[in-house]
Write a protein that binds this ligand. Structure first.
Ligand code: ADP
Ligand code: MG
Length: 280
């Protein structure tokens, strides 16, 4: 089942001369984890905003083509309706916490308050979200007393409690220390195993190589490639797009060790070990 269908999406911000997205088309199946990579200014964040409807409903500007998310055509849907289908996690966890609530528990409840849920349903959703993100034990803490990684997981939990089918994450680990990043990746992996559809902009290429089903490579507002990680990361011209291949790919390339089956350079440690093992 297709969860996201982007068809020839073109978009220009109101103040801009140039298109930020120049005719993007891609389809994402239910349960897929899509990594989005590319240099600064490629259009990654704009694409994220287009998937949740902030482009064009909040930013306005010139819009062409179509985006269908969870069965809703973005252009014809209210942001509030879209929010029930697709949630967006931003870079900075600090700005996502409302500041209106004194505990982690109430922070997650806050997002549900306007949904007209009965009390039992609310409690069930909050408990499930906090447990899934592994922050249930912090439920009585002040959100601002959490570490960056914990706070980002709280932001994700607040979205999960609304039960969207799709989560879009725009560089969710870029402001976190290595431990916080690892916590977020583990959480995202768990969401994937729950059957959620995930779109994640991320510069930590090794993580994308490990987790993503497909990689979207953007550059200059265009979709350069949309394929399995091993295909995208073994492109000889990858660095031209400001993206360094995963460290295992670079080592194997230097040593000319290819995967026996695909004839491509491995992208993960596991893949590299297997390729070396098949040399004998
Ligand atoms: N709010 C905005 N108003 C005008 N132009 C913008 C705005 N946000 C981004 N842009 C422009 O759109 C292009 C794509 O930006 P963005 O989607 O943020 O790229 P990325 O996330 O890949 O770094 C860039 O040229 C950027 O300058
Ligand atoms: Mg960005």
């Amino acid at each position: 089942m297709k969860k996201i269908i982007v068809d020839n999406l073109k978009y220009r911000y109101p103040s801009a001369q140039e298109l930020a997205l120049k005719g993007i088309s891609l389809e994402i199946e239910k349960g897929q984890f899509i990594g989005v990579i590319g240099p600064n200014g490629a259009g990654k964040s704009t694409l994220c905003q287009a998937l949740v409807g902030l482009v064009p409903h909040f930013y306005h500007g010139a819009y062409g083509g179509s985006v269908v998310v969870g069965g809703l055509e973005v252009l014809k849907s209210e942001i509030s309706a879209l929010a029930l289908k697709v949630g967006l996690v931003f870079q900075n966890p600090f700005t996502q916490v409302t500041g209106a609530k004194l505990t982690v528990y109430d922070e997650v409840a806050f997002g549900l308050e306007n949904m007209g849920l009965d009390r039992a349903e609310m409690i069930e959703r909050i408990d499930r979200a906090l447990t899934l993100l592994d922050i249930y034990r912090y439920k009585d803490r002040n959100p601002f007393d959490l570490s960056g990684g914990q706070m980002q997981r709280l932001a994700i939990a607040s979205i999960i409690a609304m039960k969207p089918q799709i989560i879009v994450l725009d560089e969710p680990t870029s402001q976190l220390d290595p431990q916080g990043s690892e916590e977020v990746f583990r959480a995202v992996d768990k969401l994937k195993s729950e059957g959620m559809t995930l779109v994640m902009v991320e510069h930590k290429i090794e993580k994308i190589a490990e987790y993503a089903d497909k990689v979207a490579l953007l550059s200059g507002g265009e979709l350069v490639d949309f394929d399995r990680p091993i295909r995208v990361f073994s492109r000889p011209d990858l660095e031209r797009f400001g993206v360094a291949a995963p460290v295992y790919t670079r080592i194997c390339r230097d040593l000319k060790i290819k995967d026996e089956k695909t004839g491509l350079y491995p992208i993960t440690l596991e893949g590299a070990v297997a390729a070396v093992g098949s040399l004998e």
